[in-house]
Every structure is written in structure tokens, then in C-alpha cells.
Design a protein around this ligand. Structure first.
Ligand code: GAF
Length: 385
């Protein structure tokens, strides 16, 4: 799934819809460097937009019909009507554009009929936020087309509403913030309480490193129960501890919290509290010493997700341990968990050794062969044509 050129996408649009597109927009997927499940606890996250994007060519129609087509697979055309956007009838990837249109309508924005062709190089179901890449491309297009003048913060909340209330996934604001607000060569340090962002330089190559993504091919969905049950545990923990959100619990409060919470809820809470702290430490290390200094924090985050939050799986654990044993300076699962991808920050000189070792370990364990590739921090959503 490589990125098609803008001209080629426009040509494909013309062939499919018999007219030229009015514009082409793109939005990237994301890798989360650190800060997992902290977003809906009003905490800190440190993702970056990646050089894999969803691109859409869009033509505005004079009626209320929506026609959606993807270059991926042979899924055929989906037709909808902006006057009756319904979650129940939306299928597959079309939930994301239709959810964004619905969410903007809830804000009182008039949405015209559209012809839309999607092409994406973000792997599906790999935990790199292919869904938010689509949503962010669509909301950027609609913001331009309707002249709604939404700020990035508004667009973040509108896509979250699309995910929560149309798609049915109780997700936070990290992924769309990275996709909309990312910047080449930087990680996005986001305070999820007030949406303030600081861009933190993250240039692995200048430190002689590469960021490997190991897509385990274990497919996951945030609309499944695991994500929602972790979120419910966090909400319970905050309620019992008498705080607005777990963001308000400091590492020094954990000892007292252990006496107030049941064992499982305590471990969920401990992950969030220590993970917020690790994000702050990672930002400080990056600023002071650069990417070479953050390896131990990445691994500590993985251990916390594996043992306390319990969102890893055998394939992710094998990818992380094998990478570390073969030269990676830090590795962790990334994203919501229960499958998807791990990241391994690796000296360029050890890249091939890590790749081969992980492939061999997966083959020995009888797991599906992983897809391993490098990513670099890239620009956020934009109009291309
Ligand atoms: C998914 C969600 F969409 C994010 O909001 C975030 O909670 C993440 O899982 C876990 O950190 O990507």
C-alpha cells in the first residue's frame, strides 16, 4: 500500500465518477512514542504523525447524495444521503467519513453531497490509526469545503464524537491530534486536559537510530470490549479516589490508593499514573539528550501495559523482547493494544539484525509473519490539490 501520486488519484477519481475532483486532501496515521490510554484520563501523550497517509479526492455534488469508493480491494461503491446518515447502515471504512459528516451536522454545519475516493497507505488494523487518518482527511476537506472555520481543537473533538457516537468506539483524542497537528521531525506532546500542544524534536536518524514498526498482523478493534473495559476501570478508579480524572493522581499517591481499590482496578490505575509520569520524563530526556536516552522509558511502558493494564498479547511481547535482545535500545507495543504493532527504536547498524531476529522468532512460534518497516515523524493533515 504505497502512496499514489496526487495526479494518479485525480485520474482514478475521474474514471470512477466521470468528473474531476474539486480537491485532494491527506492525513497521516500515527505512532505513539509513549503515553498509552492516558488520553481519556485527561493525561499526557507523545505520539507522532507518520509518513503513511490516507488521501481522499473529493467532488462536491449539487444534491444530498454521498458516493464513497476506496482503491483498496474490490469493495464497490457505497451510497448514502446526507439527510439520513445512520450508523447502523454504515459498513467497513465508510463509517469514518459518514461519521465525520454526521458529527459536523450535530454542530449545525450543512454538509453537501459528495463523491469521495479514498487511497490509504496506513496499514489497516495495525494500531497505526488508519481510521483516524481517514477521519482527519475528511474533516480537513469538509472544513475547507463548507468554510466552517473549525480550529484544530474543534476538529479533534468533532472526530472524537464521530468515533464515540457513530462508529461506537469509546476512544480519546490522541490519534486525531497527532494526525491533525503533527509536524515533520517532531513528536506531539499533548496535554489531553486542555489540548495544549508542544512540538518536541524527534529525529531518530540524526542520533544514528531508526524507528521500526513491527505490525504483528494480530488485528484489533477499539469497538471490541477490551478497550471499553479498561476505560471503565479507569473511571471507577477516579471515582473511588475522588478525583476528576486519573491525571490528578500522582505517583506518590499510589500507596494510599492501593488500600482503597480492588487489586485489578489498582493495577489499571497504577499503569495510568506511572505512564503519565513516563511521558513527562520522556519529553525531558528528548529535550536534554535526544532519542538515544529514551529506550528504558519505552520498555518500562511496555512492561506496565503487559502486566498492569493487560493490553499486550504474545505476539507483541515477542516482538518487543526479541527486538531488545538483538540491539534495539527500547521497544513497546503502541496504540490501543490487544494486537496491532510494536515499535523498536534501533541503532541503524542493528536494523537488519532486529528485522531478521523478529521474523525468525515469529516463524519459530508459529505466528503469522510480521510486516516490519521504518517510520519517520511527518507533517499533519493538509490539502494537496
Ligand atoms: C486508541 C485510541 F483511539 C486513543 O484514543 C488512545 O486511547 C489509544 O488507543 C491508547 O493510548 O488508539
Amino acid at each position: 500500500m504505497t502512496a499514489t501520486s496526487t495526479a494518479h488519484l485525480a485520474e482514478q477519481f475521474s474514471t470512477a465518477f466521470g468528473r474531476d475532483p474539486d480537491g485532494i486532501w491527506q492525513a497521516p496515521g500515527r505512532v505513539n512514542l509513549i503515553g498509552e490510554h492516558t488520553d481519556y484520563n485527561e493525561g499526557f501523550v507523545l505520539p507522532f504523525a507518520i509518513d503513511r497517509t490516507a488521501r481522499i479526492a473529493v467532488g462536491v455534488r449539487s444534491d444530498s447524495t454521498v458516493r464513497l469508493l476506496s482503491t483498496y480491494g474490490d469493495q464497490g461503491m457505497t451510497t448514502a444521503d446526507t439527510a439520513h446518515l445512520e450508523a447502523q447502515s454504515a459498513k467497513g471504512w465508510t463509517k469514518y467519513p459518514l461519521g465525520v459528516m454526521w458529527s459536523l451536522q450535530q454542530r449545525g454545519i450543512d454538509i453537501p453531497g459528495l463523491d469521495l475516493l479514498l487511497q490509504s497507505s496506513v496499514p489497516l488494523g495495525a494500531g497505526l490509526s488508519s481510521s483516524h487518518a481517514i477521519e482527519c482527511a475528511v474533516i480537513s476537506a469538509l472544513n475547507d469545503i463548507t468554510g466552517a472555520g473549525l480550529s484544530p481543537e474543534d476538529m479533534v473533538l468533532a472526530t472524537q464524537r464521530a468515533e464515540n457516537d457513530f462508529v461506537g468506539a469509546p476512544t480519546g483524542i490522541m490519534d486525531q491530534s497527532a494526525s491533525l497537528r503533527g509536524s515533520a521531525g517532531h513528536a506531539v506532546f499533548l496535554d489531553c486536559r486542555d489540548q495544549s500542544v508542544e512540538l518536541v524534536p524527534f529525529e531518530a536518524e540524526t542520533a544514528g537510530l531508526v524507528m521500526l514498526v513491527i505490525d504483528t498482523k494480530v488485528s484489533h478493534s477499539h469497538a471490541d470490549g477490551g478497550y471499553a473495559s479498561r476505560r471503565a476501570s479507569c473511571e471507577l478508579g477516579a471515582e473511588v479516589l475522588g478525583v476528576k480524572a486519573l491525571r490528578d493522581v500522582a505517583p506518590g499517591d499510589l500507596e494510599e490508593a492501593s488500600g482503597l481499590l480492588d487489586e485489578v482496578t489498582f493495577r489499571r490505575v497504577r499503569h495510568i499514573v506511572t505512564e503519565n509520569d513516563r511521558v513527562l520524563q520522556t519529553v525531558e530526556q528528548l529535550r536534554r539528550h535526544g532519542p538515544s536516552a529514551i529506550g528504558p522509558l519505552l520498555y518500562a511502558s511496555h512492561v506496565s501495559m503487559r502486566d498492569d493494564f493487560e493490553i499486550s498479547c504474545e505476539e507483541l511481547d515477542l516482538a518487543v523482547e526479541t527486538s531488545r535482545a538483538n540491539g534495539a535500545i527500547g521497544a513497546r507495543m503502541t496504540g490501543g493494544g490487544f494486537g496491532g504493532a510494536a515499535i523498536a527504536l534501533t541503532p541503524a547498524a542493528e536494523e537488519q539484525r532486529v528485522r531478521t531476529a523478529v521474523e525468525q522468532a515469529f516463524a519459530r512460534a508459529g505466528f503469522t509473519a510480521p510486516d516490519i518497516f521504518t517510520v519517520t515523524p511527518a507533517a499533519g493533515a493538509m490539502r494537496l490539490a
